[in-house]
Design a protein around this ligand. Sequence first.
Ligand SMILES: Nc1nc2c(ncn2[C@@H]2O[C@@H]3COP(=O)(O)O[C@H]4[C@@H](O)[C@H](n5cnc6c(=O)[nH]c(N)nc65)O[C@@H]4COP(=O)(O)O[C@H]3[C@H]2O)c(=O)[nH]1
Length: 669
Amino acid sequence: MTDLTKLLQCKMPLAAWIIDVEHSSVPWCNDAAEQLLVDSLGEIHSGRRIISDTLKERLSLCLGAVEEGKTLAFNWPFISKNGTRYNCTGSVISLGDERKGLSVEARPVVLPSAPQHDQDAGLLRQFKTLSFVIFDMDCVCVESSDAFKTHFGDIRHVRDLFAVSGAANSFISRISKQENLSQEIMLSALDGVRWHRIEVSKNALTNKIYLLAHDIQEERDHEVALYRLNNYDSLTNLPNRNLLYQQLESALINARKRQREFGILYLDLDGFKVINDNFGHRVGDELIQRVAERIKASIPSGACLYRLGGDEFVVVLENTHAIEELENIATSIMQNASNTYPVAKMEMMITASIGIASYPSHADDVDNLLKNADAAMYRAKSTGHNLYFVYENKMADNINAHLTLGGGLRKAIDEEEFVLHYQPKIRLPDEAVVGAEALIRWLHPELGMISPDQFIPLAEESGLILPLGEWVIRRACRQLQAWREAGYPPIKLSVNLSSRQFMQADLVDMVQRILQETGVDSEYLELELTESMLMADAQQSIEKLHGFRKLGLTLSIDDFGTGYSSLAYLKKFPIQTLKIDRSFIHDLGLDSDNDAIVKATVAMANSLNLKVIAEGVESRAQVDVLNSYKCQEVQGYLFSKPLCSHEFALYMDTHGFSNLSASIEADYV
Ligand SMILES: Nc1nc2c(ncn2[C@@H]2O[C@@H]3COP(=O)(O)O[C@H]4[C@@H](O)[C@H](n5cnc6c(=O)[nH]c(N)nc65)O[C@@H]4COP(=O)(O)O[C@H]3[C@H]2O)c(=O)[nH]1
């Protein structure tokens, strides 16, 4: 039970308590019951309230009747020590351990037993601390308690209790038809219109109407607060997962009944974790608020936006006719959401990946609809961010793989299921081995060897790339050191950095620490970065790259030509190497456009004093063309696939380094 619920229960004007019949005790009661029971029900033994044996016997019989299915709830009268009559209603509840107890509520009975004037006076005395009023049959006020006057003021007619005449009319009409009335209603008190719970009794003998009013506004406020707490996201004020499920369930019922369609868009912000990690949660929260406003402004008025938590949102659109309606919403969100956000004096950019699923085409229940939209979203994310995808059956397989790999990844880091493989880098034209690229592999206990293309995006998404990336750098340095200690000629080893890793605030310090720890000379470590990684925030990249240069590392731009780097910026980045992407090398000699690009890139790099390496070289013809363009280094299957450290040593043995004879493996620590 939440604290708020507890508080609410204590605020209830009706006395309520729980009886543990088997143990003859009252384990819980609210404030009103505490007052009522103080000397009326049971005695206190060692701090526990105990009910009498007679009551226990009676209640056991009642519980027995419930168990036999004869009744669900039962009533019994109760007279307090000051003579007030109450009607107690008990319903059966579970107390755990298969024990049953009773939840009891006591309502005061206001019907007088005899038509005498002193009876009214007695009632007024009895209820003097409560808002109690007596009307004649024309609803004119006859008398009221002091508490009533303090709360409602001097009223002449029952109408004066209502702020709106319509509400007064309907109340009068109901009381004319009914003997007793118990309801929650808004009444006009001295400090405003407030919610009340009223108990009304009409007595034909005395020709009077007795009304007892409890102010339950505070209780209502708590209920509203509790409702908001449970159903709305406090950061964005958007409805949350609870309300989403409620709307989806009701949309499903409507759609089934009327043979209609509805659909959802599942949104996940791209790279939000990076922002949170780098700029802190306060900035992250502010960005989420701005994004939520932007998404809300991008969807039609009939659609509803929910925040599932974190950076996940769902849009629901009921009564759709074609999938294009959902696709149009996705396009509109993507267009608006990707504009910059002024957050914490910065201009931030963030995009969203969106998955779409519709009832009945893609699922016929709520859980599968959400699951399939999530699968489509995951597809959008893994394809390239700021995209939307409509669900297709085969996506379910991907998401399963995603979950299995994602879950296993954390464990794999703990249990060190990773190894590095090394692909030789060959100098042209003498074709000597001058370096290697370290490439990670996951040796999955069940799935076998998993390629980095499959798990690096998962590691990026989950943030696990940070510990994993650190492991790669440490492992690569240890291997370099192991080769050096074994007397191998020094080679340059390059490691790949992922974009998230590159944004890591203490990256330069971390690399410096590893170099010190392993004793590797920094000139033998090269970092491979992609163009898009550097261009995401060019100014910050330049600073970070200078930090690495100060340490003495070499820097290389990987996949050159696939991104959108400008020559102007390239000159500003303190880099030493350009690596031409293998997509350009693949058709070398076959596609004149590619040839021209490669030739121009090599010429440009030479003029900027940068070394050029071509990756993905698979044929002798490609080597010849690259040689003629004056490309300095190559890497590719023609020379060798990536090799484990043992095979790499053998490769070195047979390709230029005669003293590489032993197989050397650094410790996997
Ligand atoms: N078709 C063809 N492919 C060739 C040839 N020569 C090399 N390759 C492959 O091309 C990829 C080169 O690495 P990359 O472009 O940096 O692309 C890498 C890199 O972006 C990423 N990656 C690998 N290891 C790491 C790592 O430790 N950290 C990070 N952040 N990313 C890594 O995963 C990508 C894929 O790595 P791999 O599967 O090992 O794939 C490697 C390599 O096996 C060839 O002649 N033909």
